[in-house]
Design a protein around this ligand. Structure first.
Ligand code: BYC
Length: 474
């Protein structure tokens, strides 16, 4: 299915035949471009960046590469092809026809879900806007911008749904998506993680590994939705999302690889000696991992959620890869949670499985996160060191859900508030860790060069060499 590039807004939804919708989106477009200019990547707007752009949604055409100036990127509206036989895959309406329009009773909650999803996309661009200056290489600079333009497109995807299916309310929500800003004291972004500053590239890699992976799981849940246009939109977004997680995964691998080289050269695993040699010691990598993993765990919502139960019952939001389960209605099953008992111990509670859907999805997410950690650990093991990176417990440093504000060790053992305060310096990046990481962030923009704290990638983009001219600065 090809994309119509002759329209002002590239699309495969036949926008030209719906003049009202087209006009509404054309009205929003300059506001989006103004937002991109004000809060998108700072200072690289006239650079020619080697970017991929979707030209069709089938397997071959969705990634066409070429030099583009970011403000001229063809942000558009692309949905996966419609499957006329698609049926509702879970919940009370299991097996019925999927919806092409929204049933009136679900308008408000579906709008809320789409707005929450949409809000994260521009938020991440805002969080990352200063990183171009400190990119460790032109290859990384290009990857940052690729992620940024695609998050911009994911915003377009949600705004299309708001405009096309929610009338005036949807148009107002679309405007507000450009009015809330990451970290803004008065109008912050909706979800916690998207208000955290990203000032350095170690955080950027952790964010693209852990937080974009929440995106993967949330999009997979929405890709199951009975509201077919939402499902098809998210299915296509997932193809783009894979590269974002690749950036995080390989970014952290390269940091670890470089650190191991330095450890070998020095014949030492002393963190201070490694820092003096300009690399990032593994305990510091662990602290950044602790921070971003735990923040991303909160993005799945509470362990017990009546919201999640009704999303599932109504068919609005399923479980990622719903087809893997045998029972798609889930009326009688239960789930056992381990919760804090309020006096420093834990208790178990059995709840209906529908109310535990956030926890089910969080569990799948944690297992997926673990794969990368195992890969990084294999590098460390092969180099002959005993240090291992680990995912902290899902109880650690939570701000949402039953474990919110409950002090625990990274292993999840409840401790006193005093004990937590005494150890936080060891478990999370402290001021001097952050200052050290920032001290390494000197941008490397010359073709063929790479910062000393990170190893080069194994290969370049689209079969080009690593030292290809990925960004032409003017
Ligand atoms: N921060 O029943 P509960 C991505 C709120 S990332 C602040 O526990 P529910 C991307 C919740 O809204 C994927 N507030 O939660 C990645 C509710 O508020 P109200 C983004 C939070 O509703 C990188 C209250 O707590 N997509 O795409 O079951 C770069 C209690 O709610 C947080 C989505 O999130 C938090 N962390 O589930 C770019 C999908 N967590 O109603 C992009 C859409 C919960 O009491 N969203 N709350 O005011 C959803 O499915 C759900 O809203 C959530 C929460 C999973 C987020």
């Amino acid at each position: 299915m090809s994309i119509n590039y002759t329209d002002r807004i590239p699309n495969n939804v036949d926008l030209g035949s719906n003049r009202t919708l087209q006009r509404a989106l054309e009205h929003w477009q300059p506001e989006f471009l103004k937002w991109w200019e004000d809060l998108g990547p700072k200072d690289f707007q006239v650079a020619d960046v080697y970017l991929r752009t979707a030209t069709s949604v089938d397997a071959k055409g969705w990634a066409t590469y070429g030099y583009v100036r970011m403000p001229e990127y063809r942000w558009g509206i692309f949905l996966n092809q419609r499957d006329p036989n698609r049926r509702i895959g879970f919940g009370d309406n299991y097996g019925q026809e999927v919806w092409q329009q929204i049933p009136g009773e679900y308008r408000a909650i579906l709008r809320r879900l789409i707005v929450t999803q949409g809000d994260t996309e521009p938020a991440s661009v805002e969080q990352q806007r200063m990183l171009g200056h400190t990119a460790p290489s032109p290859y990384d600079l290009r990857n940052l911008f690729q992620v940024n333009v695609e998050e911009g497109r994911h915003l377009w995807a949600m705004v299309y749904l708001l405009h096309a299916y929610f009338g005036r309310d949807g148009r107002e929500e679309a405007e507000e998506l450009l009015e809330r800003h990451s970290g803004d004291a008065d109008k912050p972004r909706i979800l916690g993680t998207f208000n955290e500053p990203i000032r350095d590239w170690l955080s950027f890699f952790m964010f693209t590994y852990f937080t974009d992976r929440d995106g993967k799981f949330q999009l997979k849940s929405l890709a199951e939705s009975s509201f077919d246009p939402l499902a098809r939109t998210c299915q296509f977004m997932l193809t783009e999302e894979a590269h974002h997680m690749f950036v995080g995964d390989t970014g952290i691998s390269r940091v670890v690889k470089r650190t191991l080289e330095v450890m070998k050269e020095l014949n030492s695993d002393d963190p201070q000696a490694i820092r003096n040699a300009g690399a990032i010691d593994l305990p510091t990598v662990q602290k950044y991992l602790n921070f971003w993993f735990t923040s991303s765990l909160d993005l799945f919502g509470s362990e017990t959620s009546s919201n999640a139960a009704s999303y599932f019952a109504n068919g609005l939001k399923g479980r990622p890869d719903e087809a893997q389960y045998e029972d798609h209605v889930v009326l009688d099953q239960t789930y056992v949670l381990e919760l804090p008992d309020g006096s420093g111990n834990t208790k178990t509670e059995e709840i209906p499985l529908r109310n535990a859907m956030n926890e089910v999805t969080r569990g799948s997410y944690v297992r997926d996160c673990d794969r990368g950690v195992n890969r990084w650990n294999r590098l460390i093991e092969k180099a002959g060191y005993s240090f291992r990176l680990t995912l902290p417990s899902t109880r650690f440093r939570r701000n949402i859900g039953n474990w919110a504000g409950v002090p625990t060790t990274p292993e999840g053992v409840p401790i006193s508030a005093e004990q937590l305060a005494a150890h936080l310096n060891q478990w999370l990046p402290n001021e001097s860790d952050r200052a050290f990481i920032l001290s390494l962030m000197n941008g490397v923009h010359q073709q063929g060069k790479m910062a000393a704290w990170i190893a080069p990638p194994d290969r370049g983009i689209n079969n080009n060499p690593v030292d290809y001219e990925y960004v032409k600065l003017h």
